[in-house]
Ligand binder design. Structure first.
Ligand code: ADP
Ligand code: MG
Length: 324
């Protein structure tokens, strides 16, 4: 394993939660209806994700771990019309470089499953295995061969917290997928599919908050904004209750957070930050998700316009509802 590869891997994998994000996104891209996540020691010893998605054909299995191998981009023009969560083909290669990986997978048209193990980037032969249709990944001993990175990990509890946050983002973005999360042998969440975002909000933030949500929606040209904002009384002292999804992908955007704060202007107590769960759907050419390997930040072609739409939509909702 070369130092260069390990540095590149560090761009994608900062901590166990980064592994969780990539594996969950891959499971969703594979069309899964059920995805199980379990971790040991906050993910530093083990991250396991099992899904019932498409599976990976045996001949494609080694390819999946090769840098820049993705089955999700067909032509260069595809970069402008990304519909899947992944597209860089970097994640599995990066993870395999700095951990011990076992992957078992089976497609529906295959009688027998395939298993591959990769340690520090070195792949084993592919073996037969018995497994259901779908894919399971076990990532053990993250950073075992990069001791310096390992020292940057925080306590198991802190790492488990980051994992839980990643799980929350995915669960909020994909309410129709059955998701489970086990940590240290305990099932923390078992979330059957639900039709709406609101039910998932109730799971993570409580019934009281979920009952205090106001629906917001607008469509301006081809920018569709929808979701919920919480009654001002539900505001928090941190931004921990703010979730924005662009094309189903969790993003952080300071400008839109500011637009939201503007919409609540005059309605909040000092130091309070609004709670909101918002989705933006816009044509792929209107947003660049390719800014950073972990894709948490995006760039809008016309951010002023989105800012204005969010501000006006939320304002309008407050004006037309009775905020007693
Ligand atoms: P990307 O998601 O950007 O394509 P990844 O490195 O995350 O890159 O994954 C590489 C490839 O491995 C994917 O393009 C996909 O073909 C395959 N793959 C990964 N995880 C799964 C999964 N859970 N089910 C089916 N195929 C998968
Ligand atoms: Mg991926």
């Amino acid at each position: 394993p070369s130092v260069v590869n390990q540095i590149a891997a560090g761009e994608v994998v900062e901590r166990p939660a980064s592994v969780v994000k990539e594996l969950l996104e891959n499971a969703i891209d594979a069309g899964s209806t059920r995805v199980e996540l379990s971790v040991e020691r906050g993910g530093r010893d083990l991250v396991r994700v099992a899904d019932d998605g498409s599976g990976i054909a045996r001949e494609d299995l080694p390819l999946a771990f090769r840098p820049h191998a993705t089955s999700k981009l067909v032509g260069a023009e595809d970069l402008h019309s990304i519909r899947t969560l992944g597209f860089r083909g970097e994640a599995l290669a990066a993870i395999a470089e700095i951990s011990r990986v076992r992957c078992q997978t089976r497609t529906a048209d295959s009688e027998v499953g395939s298993e591959i193990r990769i340690e520090g980037g070195e792949a084993s032969e592919i073996k037969d295995c018995g497994c259901p249709v779908g894919t399971s990944f076990e990532i053990r001993n993250l950073f075992f061969n990069t001791p310096v990175r390992r020292t940057f990990l925080k306590s198991d509890t802190t790492e488990a917290g980051h994992v839980a946050e990643m799980f929350t983002r995915i669960a909020l973005a994909h309410p129709t997928i059955h998701l489970t999360y086990r940590s240290a042998g305990k099932t923390l969440y078992d979330l059957p599919p639900v039709t709406g975002l609101k039910e998932r909000v109730a799971v993570f933030f409580g019934r009281e908050l979920a009952e205090a949500l106001l629906w917001v929606e607008s469509e301006v040209d081809d920018v569709h904004l929808w979701g919920y904002v919480a009654h001002p009384s539900q505001s928090r002292s941190s931004a921990k209750g703010q979730y924005l999804f662009v094309g189903g992908r969790y993003v952080k955007d300071r400008s839109l957070a500011h637009a939201l704060a503007e919409a609540y202007r005059g309605l909040l107590m000092v130091g309070r930050i609004p709670v909101a769960f918002l989705h933006l759907e816009l044509p792929p050419e209107e947003v660049d998700v390719n800014v950073h390997p972990t894709k948490v930040e995006v760039r809008f072609r016309d951010s002023q316009r989105i800012y204005g739409q969010l501000l006006r939509t939320v304002r309008q909702t407050f004006l037309t509802s009775d905020l007693h």
